[in-house]
Write a protein that binds this ligand. Structure first.
Ligand SMILES: CC(C)(COP(=O)(O)OP(=O)(O)OC[C@H]1O[C@@H](n2cnc3c(N)ncnc32)[C@H](O)[C@@H]1OP(=O)(O)O)[C@@H](O)C(=O)NCCC(=O)NCCS
Length: 416
């Protein structure tokens, strides 16, 4: 009998979580208490499992998310997570079945794009996903930054202030700061109340696994919170009692360059801290250039991050802004039959319109490449050079290059 693909019932959640852990090579142990803690928040209508002989052997889940498009508008996304197939059942098409089921439901619901963070690069291109944001992580050698360690941070002339706060205060202040950030930074994804709970140690499925970090809020000269940094520190000393502590930044969001700068300088100014690990940043983060000696920040990770799969070309392209006005007809190929067709995009200073058309196309591309271009972080010319965009009207790729690129790089600060 072929394994049965279905959404979960409450009694199957424990077996499903065990299968997730098996696929992710984590200890396959799930306690009754953890299941009870998770049940009130689990959307079982969007959690899929494949069952064989009464056991869950494959998992797939999604939730509703908003993704900020270039220009700041939110688009409705189907955010995919918990994707695993147990080693006993790999390479029999189970991921393909679960993906087809979930994307069909997302399309039916009216989601504009699907999003995920890929464990391995080669998995998701075949399903129409393309890497749309990249992440860079730096390690800062604090003593080489050239920052003056004798000065207070922020300095009195900055006009702002920084306060250490509790997790409960972060749950109150954080959402407003984040909402301001996501209205101005493409690639940012929404955070619901559950996200703030989980990232501040509240209502955790497994409270024993939590270690409380430090939280610091930046306020502008009017007292308005406009930045938040979350970090942990280890406890390392040299043989002759010199402090060698490393601060690891778990989150740093700011809505003004002044707040961004003050919070980087703050974490680099903490006594005993000689190394700062920045966490996942946009590749064009201001950080290295904020340091008198930019080479004190060394890149330790640079990789693709958020992958985007366009489900509705018209709404996706109308939701974003374009760097220059222009008209382009795109022939989009989609093997899954979800978003393919020919579309005329007309962008002007007052907004963009897009509609299905029968005109000849200026450029032809797969929906995967459209996902790569969507957040302005990939170059149409580069994809054309690779043969992944076909130019049918001379000059169309150069126009796409001008229209689709954004001044700043896309950034998705979160993992899901
Ligand atoms: C990735 C994973 C879910 C794939 O599941 P699967 O059921 O084996 O995938 P399918 O059988 O549906 O594969 C479909 C196609 O994708 C390919 N594919 C699947 N996983 C791949 C991988 N990791 N690398 C390269 N190709 C992969 C298959 O070879 C197959 O190609 P084909 O159609 O040309 O034959 C599974 O290997 C897994 O659980 N891995 C560990 C956990 C993980 O990485 N999860 C993803 C988290 S984002």
């Amino acid at each position: 009998m072929s394994p049965d693909l279905r959404t979960l019932t409450e009694s199957e959640l424990s077996d499903w979580l065990r299968a997730v852990r098996t696929g992710l090579l984590r200890p396959p142990v799930v306690t009754e208490q953890e299941v009870a803690n998770r049940l009130p928040y689990a959307d079982l209508t969007r959690a899929r499992g494949v069952f064989d002989g009464g056991r869950c052997v494959a998992t797939f889940a999604s939730f509703a998310q908003e993704l900020t498009a270039v220009g700041g508008a939110p688009v409705q996304a189907d955010a995919i997570f918990g994707v695993t197939v147990s080693p006993t059942h790999r390479r029999r098409g189970l991921l393909g079945r679960m993906m087809a089921d979930d994307l069909a439901a997302a399309k039916e619901r009216g989601d504009v794009v699907a999003t995920l963070i890929a464990a391995e690069y080669p998995i998701y291109g075949r399903y129409g996903f393309g890497p749309a944001t990249w992440t860079t992580e730096w390690e800062i050698d604090v003593l080489r930054t050239g920052l003056d360690r004798h000065r207070p941070v922020p300095s009195p002339e900055d006009g702002g202030r920084i306060d250490l706060v509790t997790g409960a205060e972060v749950r109150k202040l954080g959402p407003a700061i984040h909402d301001r950030l996501r209205a101005r930074q493409h690639g940012v994804i929404s955070r619901d109340a559950r996200w703030w709970d989980r990232n501040t140690g509240e209502n955790l499925p497994d409270p024993a696994s939590w270690t409380e970090p430090f939280y610091a809020v930046h306020r502008d000269a009017d007292g308005e919170p406009d930045g938040l940094i979350v970090y942990r520190a280890d406890d390392r000393w040299s043989d002759n009692k010199q402090p060698l502590n490393r601060a690891t930044v778990l989150g740093h969001i700011a809505v003004t360059p002044a707040a961004e700068r003050a919070l980087w300088h703050f974490v680099c100014s903490i006594d005993w801290v000689t190394t700062v690990r920045t966490g996942h940043r946009a590749p064009d983060d201001l950080l290295p250039l904020l340091l008198p000696d930019s080479r004190a920040a060394r890149v330790v990770t640079h990789a693709d991050w958020l992958w985007v799969r366009v489900l509705d070309v018209v709404r996706a392209l109308e939701a974003r802004t374009y760097a220059v006005p222009g008209t382009l007809t795109l022939d989009v190929h989609d093997a899954a039959g979800l978003a393919g067709g020919r579309y005329r995009l007309d962008a002007s200073a007052s907004g963009a319109s897009c509609a299905a058309t029968t005109r000849d196309a200026d450029i032809a591309l797969d929906v995967r490449e459209l996902g790569m271009l969507y957040l302005g972080d990939e170059s149409p010319s580069r994809l054309a050079a690779l043969g992944r965009i076909e130019e049918r009207t001379p000059g169309a790729v150069a126009l796409a290059e001008q229209m689709f690129r954004a001044a700043r790089r896309a950034w998705c600060p979160d993992m899901f």
